[in-house]
Design a binder for this molecule. Structure first.
Ligand SMILES: Nc1ncnc2c1ncn2[C@@H]1O[C@H](COP(=O)(O)OP(=O)(O)OP(=O)(O)O)[C@@H](O)[C@H]1O
Length: 220
């Protein structure tokens, strides 16, 4: 199995404060991984390091890219192959939900009409077809979260990074979201979900990386 994430003594600092102590782990292509830990333990920071928003120390590789010294152009290339769901969704407020979901396809250079048709299909899967023409502010938090997930999946990334994608969702929406991730995982997409706890009744093989006191280790 190919290694997609290779963390080798990587650590994260904000100014002089060490949030993640030197840690090592590997994620294989096709893994379904939960990143758990209490609030403030550093889950978001690891997602941000993997998405290139903060620069880790030591070695954190995604495929051929070394995140501790990735260049701007390499980062743009890498991001085209990642899907990300941030805790605050980061939908573009001036754009409709449909256009937000189309964005990764437009970046890929897919023609607008085709992108629109694909985005409508993806919105159907997250049960948001009826909100396609609305703006983010017109949607509930849970609906915005589902739109963000549609945007993260639509371009069939190699890996999806999702920060607390089911927190605050009711049971129906939470299982809808987890089902979407399972489906994506079935098609070979590696999934990393940061969550303060494991979802109940998670019926599939998974790995759990846990952060405690700044250390990341595998729970089995
Ligand atoms: N930009 C920043 N500057 C300084 N410290 C930060 C910054 N962002 C986060 N931190 C600190 O880093 C630590 C880890 O934060 P992080 O957001 O990664 O935790 P988390 O596990 O995702 O928490 P939550 O579950 O509440 O989202 C916290 O102590 C936080 O205060």
């Amino acid at each position: 199995m190919a290694i997609i994430v290779d963390a080798n003594n990587f650590s994260i600092f904000y100014d002089n404060t060490q949030i993640i102590k030197p840690s090592s782990f590997k994620i294989n292509t096709g893994d379904f991984v939960f990143l758990t830990g209490v609030s403030g333990s550093g889950k978001t920071s690891i997602i941000k390091a993997l998405y290139g928003e903060i620069r880790p120390k030591g070695s954190l590789r995604i495929g051929e890219f070394e995140m501790s010294k990735i260049s701007k152009s390499q980062l743009a290339t890498l991001r085209r192959h990642l899907g990300v769901v941030f805790q605050d969704f980061r939908l573009i407020p001036e754009w409709t939900i449909l256009k937000n979901v189309m964005l990764p396809l437009l970046i890929k250079g897919i023609d607008k009409q085709e992108a629109e048709a694909l985005a409508l299909k993806e919105l159907k899967k997250v049960k948001l077809s009826h909100k396609a023409d609305k703006y983010p502010a017109e949607l509930s938090g849970g609906e915005q979260q589902r739109a963000a997930i549609a945007r993260a999946i639509i371009h069939r990334p190699i890996m999806i990074l999702a920060d607390e994608p089911i927190s605050g969702l009711d049971e129906y929406s939470a299982s809808l979201v987890m089902d979407l991730f399972k489906l994506a995982n079935d098609s070979g997409i590696t999934i990393l979900v940061a969550s303060h706890s494991m979802p109940q009744d998670f019926s599939r093989e998974y790995r759990q990386l846990h952060i405690e006191k700044g250390e990341v280790y595998e729970l089995s």
